[in-house]
Design a binder for this molecule. Structure first.
Ligand code: SF4
Length: 95
């Protein structure tokens, strides 16, 4: 990677950030609460991510956040849903 290239990538990502992210209830919070370690899937992801899910439950942008995470195939707690829950919602929507 050329000097300054990482900076350009970061700036580009920031420019493309959806506007709703500025209203996120999780801004400034530690990310660990939203990303259970590998191996915590299904109901384990929900129990291990309880702290993050609690923050999401009062977040004003939970709807667009969950939709964004689903569209992007992101893993972790987003929009008061776990990775597995979003996959299930996607499958049901595709049926
Ligand atoms: S729904 Fe949860 S993960 Fe999404 S922006 Fe709000 S607090 Fe953050």
């Amino acid at each position: 990677m050329a000097p300054g290239e990482g900076y350009d990538i970061l700036l580009d990502a920031l420019r493309r950030r959806p506007g709703w992210m500025s209203d996120a209830a999780c801004r400034g919070l530690p990310t660990e609460a939203f990303f259970p370690p590998p191996g915590y899937r299904g109901h384990l992801e929900r129990s291990r991510g309880a702290e993050g899910l609690a923050v999401c439950s009062s977040c004003p942008v939970a709807g667009p956040c969950a939709a964004y995470a689903s569209e992007e195939g992101l893993e972790g707690i987003y929009g008061a849903t776990t990775t597995a829950e979003r996959r299930t919602i996607r499958r049901r929507g595709a049926a």
